[in-house]
Design a binder for this molecule. Structure first.
Ligand SMILES: *Cc1c(COP(=O)(O)O)cnc(C)c1O
Length: 402
């Protein structure tokens, strides 16, 4: 009934505001004129004749060939993400955030290369950098991410990549992205930033000088805890020439259904993130004043050790709050068990507020000694602030802290 070539989108000017782009970019309508984007839940494509198949495969004609490569729904999501990420020219979506992190590093690394990263990382990022890479002969140096002196010393002749999270999961420590970007340029190392905790509205790594930005769309982009997904954004050259060959042939493809859910969720992403942050800062301030709390980590509050870096590169403190309860694991567990609204979950970035005890869950694969040195202690809790009424959340936390 309709052909892919019937699909037409409105031209959205680059000058339109972010919220307009989030609703409009990537929206291609068929000749049915559907309002909401359709899902292309297909693995393969057919060709009118053999010559068309040949030209699609040799790249001389546009069009899709296989959903492991890309597909109209995946492409719609990629276009919307490119519009969202300032400075990005191209995107590649993947099955999860970890698929995106792994591909962004592995697509261009070889034995003898050297990578620099930070001591605090999400558990799975930690595993890739500290277990998988050494196994294939890649040298690894870990630094305290905020300390530029350590960064300057860490670069070597064979440094080809730098990978950071800022804010880092779970302690919300920061890296000065612009300063590390300068060092990467000087040493010709590719600078990859996992921007999941801040997100593209609050922090713009490519504008600050990063080469590659990585997301888990599983978090606030989906925002309702429904799908797994990931994305890598960068220059057209890096995505097309370096990342796509790796992606196509190793298969971390995103399901079109998940891509569609994420695409639709992005329409309200800007609004949701605003409210997440509004709630988060109120909660951080409440916790700061509480007698049973040892320390609160929220980037835009003065108590955060890297407050000055946050002021330089984040337009907002973000949707996560990390804090230390007095009394270690025992008190942390009893606090968690008393919560009536906030759920205990290792996930984050949901409309529902979720709280985790990283030392025994997401970061339990890191040995105790290392955990102690990076502030990942038994009293640490990571709260992903949701979209519930903030007063209800504060009351819930207050009751559980009694
Ligand atoms: C969740 C997370 C990831 C992994 O994303 P998935 O979609 O769960 O694979 C990577 N980095 C950080 C900082 C995360 O919080």
């Amino acid at each position: 009934m309709y052909k892919m070539t019937d699909y037409k989108g409105k031209k959205i000017s680059n000058k339109t505001a972010l919220q307009t782009k989030l609703v409009r970019v990537g929206s291609n309508r068929s000749n049915y004129g559907e309002t909401s984007e359709a899902i292309f839940m297909n693995s393969g494509f057919c060709y009118d004749d053999a010559a068309v198949a040949e030209s699609r495969f040799n790249g001389s004609a546009p069009g899709y060939v296989y959903s492991r490569y890309t597909n109209p729904t995946l492409r719609a999501l990629e276009e919307r993400l490119i519009a969202l990420e300032e400075g990005a020219e191209e995107a590649c979506v993947m099955a999860s955030g970890m698929a995106a992190v792994f591909a962004s590093i592995m697509c261009d690394i070889k034995p003898g290369d050297h990578i620099i990263s930070t001591k605090v990382l999400f558990g799975s990022c930690h595993y890739i950098i500290n277990t998988i890479l050494p196994r294939i002969g890649v040298e690894v140096t870990l630094v305290d991410g905020h300390d530029l002196t350590q960064w300057k010393k860490a670069f070597k002749k064979n440094t080809t990549q730098v990978f950071v999270e800022s804010p880092a999961n779970p302690t919300l420590l920061l890296v000065d992205i612009a300063e590390v970007a300068k060092l990467c340029k000087k040493h010709k190392a590719r600078f990859i930033v996992d921007n999941i905790f801040a997100g593209p509205v609050i922090q713009k790594p490519i504008k600050l000088g990063a080469d590659v930005v990585v997301y888990s769309t599983t978090k606030h982009m989906d925002g309702h805890g429904r799908t797994l997904g990931g994305a890598v954004l960068s220059t057209e050259k890096f995505i097309k020439e370096t990342l796509l060959p790796f992606h196509r042939h190793t298969g971390p493809a995103l399901s079109p259904f998940n891509a569609w859910v994420i695409l639709k969720a992005l329409e309200s992403y800007g609004l949701r993130i605003e409210r997440h942050c509004e709630n988060a800062v109120k909660i951080a301030k409440f916790l700061e004043g509480h007698k049973n709390i040892e320390k609160v980590m929220y980037p835009t509050l003065k108590g955060h050790p890297h407050y000055n870096i946050a002021k330089k590169q984040m337009s907002n403190g973000g949707p996560l709050v990390a804090f230390y309860v007095k009394g270690g694991k025992k008190k942390a567990f009893s606090f968690l068990n008393k919560l009536q609204i906030v759920d205990i979950s290792n996930n984050l970035g949901d409309a529902k507020s979720l709280i985790t005890h990283p030392a025994t869950t997401t970061h339990s694969n890191i040995d105790v000694k290392t955990r102690e040195t990076i502030g990942l202690t038994d009293g640490l809790l990571r709260l992903s602030v949701g979209l519930e009424d903030v007063n209800d959340l504060i009351n819930d936390l207050a009751n559980a802290l009694k």
